[in-house]
Design a protein around this ligand. Structure first.
Ligand code: CO
Ligand code: CO
Length: 305
C-alpha cells in the first residue's frame, strides 16, 4: 500500500485475486492473569488483519520471558494466544522466544484479502456514517489496575472488551459500501480518527454522547487516573481538533484514551450504515454505535457534546 500514509498492516498483491497482509504486535502485560494477557495480545495482533479487510491464515508467537517466570505462567500466556488464534480460524505455526528482563508477548500474523477489497484509512467520503464497534476506556481501567484501584467488575469488563476478536465486526462488512476502516489502539479514538481524517482529507464530526464508554472508565477518569499516553494523544491532535463547548474534560480524556485491542472504526456509506448496525447486533457486537459522520473536507476532527 506504500508508506506515505500510516496503515494497519503491510499488503503485497500476489495475483489479481489475492493479496497477502502482514502485521506484528507485542507488548508487556496489561492485566495480571497470564492466560488473559496472552488472549488480549493475540486479539490485538490479529485485529490489524481485520482492519485491512483480511482473513488471518497463520500466526507466529513472539515471546520474551524473564528467567524467573515459571513454566506455568509461560504456558498460560501461550495458551491464551493459541486459543485466540484458533477462534480466529487461523493456525499457529511457530514462533521465537528470548530471555528478557520484562515479559512481552504478541504475534506476527499473515492474512489474505482480495486486492480490490482492502480497507485503508483513506477513502472516507462526505456523508459517511462513522461506526465504532467496541467501547472506549480500557487504557484508563488498565491504569487503575496498575494502581490497584480498579474494581473486580471493571477488570472483568476491560478483559472482556480487549480479548474480544474483531472478527465478527470485520465479517459484518461483507458486501457493503465501506470507504475506510482502522482499529482503535494506542493513539485512542481521536488519534486514529485523525489518521483517517488526514488520509481521507475529510472532516470527521464525532458526537461525544453517542460514543460507547465503559462506565468504570468514566468514573476513574474523573478521579484523574488517565495514562500519560492519553495526554500525548491529545497534544498530537490539538491543531486539528475542535472540542465544542459542552464537551467536558473527562469526556475529552476518554476520547483520547490509549486502547489495547480496541474496536474497528468504520466510515460507511449512509445507506449501508443501518444494515451494518443490524448485522453487528445480530453477530453479538452489541456495544457498536454510530458515533458521528463525515461532514466536510480538511483533515480535522470536530467533537460535539
Ligand atoms: Co491498527
Ligand atoms: Co498494530
Amino acid at each position: 500500500m506504500g508508506l506515505e500514509a500510516a496503515d494497519d498492516a503491510g499488503v503485497y498483491r500476489l495475483t489479481p485475486e489475492l493479496a497477502l497482509i502482514q502485521t506484528v504486535d507485542f507488548f508487556t502485560p496489561i492485566v495480571n492473569d497470564p492466560y488473559q494477557f496472552g488472549a488480549i495480545a493475540a486479539a490485538n495482533a490479529l485485529s490489524d488483519i481485520y482492519a485491512m479487510g483480511g482473513r488471518p491464515l497463520m500466526a507466529l508467537n513472539i515471546a520474551c520471558f524473564p528467567l524467573k517466570t515459571g513454566p506455568d505462567t509461560m504456558k498460560a500466556v501461550l495458551r491464551g494466544g493459541l486459543d485466540k488464534v484458533h477462534e480466529a480460524g487461523a493456525l499457529l505455526v511457530g514462533g521465537h522466544s528470548v530471555e528478557d528482563p520484562e515479559l512481552k508477548y504478541g504475534l506476527a500474523v499473515t492474512g489474505v484479502a482480495h486486492p480490490d477489497r482492502i480497507f485503508t484509512k483513506a477513502g472516507a467520503r462526505l456523508g459517511d456514517l462513522l461506526i465504532l464497534t467496541k467501547p472506549l476506556g480500557t487504557g484508563i481501567i488498565a491504569t487503575a489496575l496498575k494502581g490497584r484501584l480498579a474494581s473486580k467488575e471493571a477488570e472483568a469488563a476491560a478483559i472482556r472488551v480487549m480479548s474480544a476478536l474483531n472478527r465478527a465486526a470485520a465479517e459484518a462488512l461483507d458486501g457493503l459500501e465501506v470507504h475506510a476502516v482502522t482499529d482503535i489502539t494506542g493513539f485512542g479514538l481521536l488519534g486514529h480518527g485523525l489518521e483517517m481524517a488526514r488520509a481521507s482529507q475529510a472532516e470527521l464530526t464525532i458526537l461525544a454522547s453517542r460514543v460507547p464508554v465503559l462506565s468504570w472508565a468514566r468514573e476513574y477518569a474523573g478521579m484523574g487516573l488517565v495514562p500519560a499516553g492519553s495526554h500525548a494523544n491529545r497534544r498530537f491532535c490539538e491543531n486539528h481538533l475542535t472540542l465544542a463547548p459542552g464537551v467536558d474534560a473527562v469526556t475529552a480524556d476518554l476520547l483520547s484514551d490509549a486502547q489495547t485491542s480496541g474496536g474497528l472504526f468504520i466510515a460507511i456509506a449512509p445507506q449501508d450504515g443501518e444494515v451494518l448496525m443490524k448485522r453487528l447486533q445480530e453477530a453479538g457486537v452489541i456495544e457498536a454505535a454510530v458515533i458521528g459522520e463525515v461532514t466536510g473536507a480538511g483533515a480535522r476532527i470536530k467533537v460535539l457534546p
